[in-house]
Design a protein around this ligand. Structure first.
Ligand SMILES: NC(=O)c1ccc[n+]([C@@H]2O[C@H](COP(=O)([O-])OP(=O)(O)OC[C@H]3O[C@@H](n4cnc5c(N)ncnc54)[C@H](OP(=O)(O)O)[C@@H]3O)[C@@H](O)[C@H]2O)c1
Length: 368
């Protein structure tokens, strides 16, 4: 993993590409590149009261934005989010369901940027609620794209997941379609200038339902940990890295791309060992076997995508697969960029040591 990341970093120097998110001139770091993107803008986040929505809000309110519209269904989550941000006057709390096109259209009136993060995302629960996943994760995404187009929103970004790459479960398959919708709308858009793009990444540390807080709690309570497969590996990303990725995609996208961060990964047994040592706790670990729709390793790009995927600083960018789109777009920010030479970008090839994993958890304040 280290080798791959070092390789890509040196490649960036060789190609003179800047690291997205910073602008380096000599030894001087220049002004925040996102400031221009967000100043005076109205931004709507579907799923704005969820984990990612709150992280995006935390970062966005530091800019001179016009307003941030948080769009989701549950009024209690809206109430807690409003409290968390001390009723910040830049925030607007919009109750609505992405299944409802008319509501979305009204919510998107006057919006410059929409970040579509709303989703049903519990893999195991979704396997037994396929139709509900289609309604929210597929039809909801189609509604967001269509409403953004109808309202002339300048930028529309879809938040996808590693599960969308060669999907093996309903959640991943629905997210795969979501990506395709956001790519396709770039060339169905006619004279409307909306730029549609996606980001795809792995498990966010400490997000809703994530494994680290769950295992930590069981260790602290002295309760058994259940494990589905001891070979399992997973990519990891910090909340700030996920937000950076989204901001960078909004900054650079010219339409139809999927932006993917180069991420470290961990082995599940290593994670348990690290947590056991940290909490000085020993609990039984039982192997319950793989769950419906679960993968042993996650992949962020597959071999088909690799043919149109390029290094871009700390990211990989997959260009659109649509022939018409390929002909019409220049992708100037990728000029001179090198194609990735991996068959697939699999979490099994990016596993960090237990020591490195411990550092990541400590530096992100996850071991409380
Ligand atoms: N967390 C991760 O590790 C991870 C990794 C990769 C990608 N992602 C993606 O990142 C996005 C955000 O994830 P998260 O961790 O923030 O999830 P989360 O904490 O579960 O939040 C989901 C948000 O979506 C809203 N929502 C759900 N169904 C909705 C609907 N029909 N209409 C409007 N809003 C709806 C929820 O609020 P209500 O229930 O009140 O409507 C909530 O605000 C998702 O698209 C997910 O697929 C997450």
């Amino acid at each position: 993993m280290e080798e791959r990341l070092q390789f890509s970093a040196s490649q960036n120097q060789a190609f003179g590409t800047h690291m997205p998110g910073t602008q380096v001139s000599g030894t001087q770091i220049q002004e925040d590149p996102y400031a221009k993107l967000f100043t005076g803008k109205t931004i709507l986040i579907t799923g704005g009261t969820g984990f990612l929505g709150r992280e995006l809000t935390r970062r966005l309110i530091k800019y001179d934005v016009q307003s941030i519209r948080l769009f989701s269904r549950d009024e209690v989550k809206h109430f807690h989010t409003s409290q968390k941000f001390n009723k910040n006057p830049k925030l607007r709390h919009l109750i609505g369901d992405v299944r409802d096109y008319n509501r979305l259209r009204k919510a998107l009136r006057g919006v410059d940027i929409v970040i579509h993060a709303a989703a049903l995302k519990r893999i195991d629960i979704i396997e037994y609620n396929v139709e509900e996943s289609i309604r929210t994760n597929v039809m909801g995404s189609l509604n967001v794209a269509r409403a953004a187009w109808d309202e002339g929103v300048a930028k529309a970004l879809f938040v996808s997941t590693d599960k969308a790459c060669s999907p093996v479960n309903t959640y991943g398959a629905c997210k795969f379609i979501g990506e395709r919708i956001f790519t396709e709308w770039n060339y169905s858009r006619g004279s409307v200038p909306t730029i549609f793009s996606s980001v795809r990444y792995g498990n966010v540390l400490d997000s809703t339902g994530s494994v680290i807080p769950c295992f930590s709690k069981r260790l602290k309570e002295g309760k058994e940990i259940t494990l589905t497969d001891d070979k399992m590996t997973r990519f990891i990303i910090t909340p700030d890295e996920a937000v950076d990725l989204i901001f960078d995609a909004l900054l650079h996208a010219i339409g139809g791309e999927v932006f993917i961060p180069k991420l470290p990964a961990f082995n599940i047994v290593d994670l348990i060992e690290v947590l056991k040592k940290h909490y000085n706790a020993s609990v039984p670990v039982s192997n319950i076997g793989i769950r419906p729709g679960e993968k042993i390793h996650e992949i962020l790009t597959n071999d088909c995508e690799g043919r149109r995927a390029y290094h871009f600083g700390n990211y990989v960018v997959i260009k659109s697969d649509i022939e018409k789109h390929k002909q019409s777009e220049t992708f100037s920010y990728l000029d001179g960029a090198q194609k990735i030479d991996w068959d697939e970008m699999s979490s099994k090839d990016f596993v960090v040591s237990q020591e490195k994993l411990y550092d990541i958890l400590i530096s992100n304040n996850l071991l409380k």
